[in-house]
Write a protein that binds this ligand. Structure first.
Ligand SMILES: Nc1ncnc2c1ncn2[C@@H]1O[C@H](COP(=O)(O)OP(=O)(O)OP(=O)(O)O)[C@@H](O)[C@H]1O
Length: 255
């Protein structure tokens, strides 16, 4: 299977004191949902930010969609980043805008100049935005203000906005951390279904082991910036996944 993201012996240092990623080697296969698990501070967000080129490795090589990120900057890096969507724990919607306009902003990277108001987006963008809203189950809310939606609905809007970017990789940094268990399950189910339907590669950090096992194809466990687990979820039991959180390294890194 073709790998969409690879990390080869990647380390990331912040100053002298913090080694956020410690010799990480990792392959993320196309069209799969890979879940990152690990304690707070284990390096999950840092790893995701390296895929998006927001942060640069101190050592090692990060390859995204066939490009070694160390070899690109400026226009080429921006072009590559447009192929990588990102959803966040806090949704980052503009509450005073309609749901549909929030989704349309996902096309801004591909459009020239600023847009003020829904009518300033090309018709094809508005149509595509509506299609994505329909896919996430929110077509009826298209003309509501975004801040009138529940947290789970807002995260689904954020996913629709990311899809409008037509990404080949979707990064999700704790996308369900602020949601109730039912909404969290719905959002994870949606991510997994979209990944399968669109052959979209999803790389997602989570704190919930059960969600990781239910909706991930693969689980990668980080502890103190090191990969301590890398396994397909099929055949992985809860105890093995939970061991990522134990203080002593008992889980061997696996291929
Ligand atoms: N910009 C930064 N400057 C300095 N240190 C940083 C920076 N970003 C992250 N770190 C440090 O790197 C380590 C890994 O942080 P990171 O945010 O990647 O962890 P995480 O697993 O995503 O945590 P959480 O689950 O709380 O989001 C931590 O020690 C953190 O304090």
């Amino acid at each position: 299977m073709h790998d969409v993201v690879t990390f080869s012996n990647v380390s990331k240092r912040f100053g002298q004191a913090t080694l956020a990623l410690d010799d990480v080697s990792l392959r993320v296969p196309r069209g799969q949902t890979t879940v990152l698990l690990g304690l707070s501070g284990s390096g999950k967000s840092t790893l995701l930010r390296h895929v998006d080129g927001l942060q640069r490795a101190t050592a090692g090589t990060v390859t995204v969609l066939g490009t070694d990120l160390a070899t690109v900057s400026g226009t080429r890096l921006r072009a590559l980043r447009r192929r990588v969507g990102f959803v966040f724990q806090q949704f980052h919607l503009v509450g005073t805008l309609t749901v549909l306009e929030n989704v349309c902003t996902g096309a801004l990277g591909a459009l020239r100049g600023p847009r003020l108001g829904l009518a300033t987006y090309p018709k094809h963008v508005r149509h595509e935005a509506l299609r994505h809203l329909d896919r996430v189950g929110l077509a009826e809310q298209a003309f509501q203000r975004a801040d009138t939606l529940s947290g789970g609905q807002q995260q689904r809007v954020a996913i629709a906005r990311a899809l409008l970017q037509r990404p080949e990789v979707l990064l999700a940094d704790e996308p369900v951390a602020s949601l109730d268990p039912e909404s969290a399950g719905q959002v994870m189910r949606l991510l997994r279904e979209i990944s399968t339907e669109q052959d979209l590669t999803v790389l997602c950090s989570l704190h919930q082991v059960d969600l990781a096992l239910s909706w991930g194809d693969r689980v990668v466990g980080l502890r103190s910036g090191r990969v301590v687990l890398d396994r397909e979820t099929a055949g992985l039991d809860r105890g093995e996944a939970m061991a990522v959180y134990s203080a002593v390294a008992t889980v061997p890194a696996a291929a």
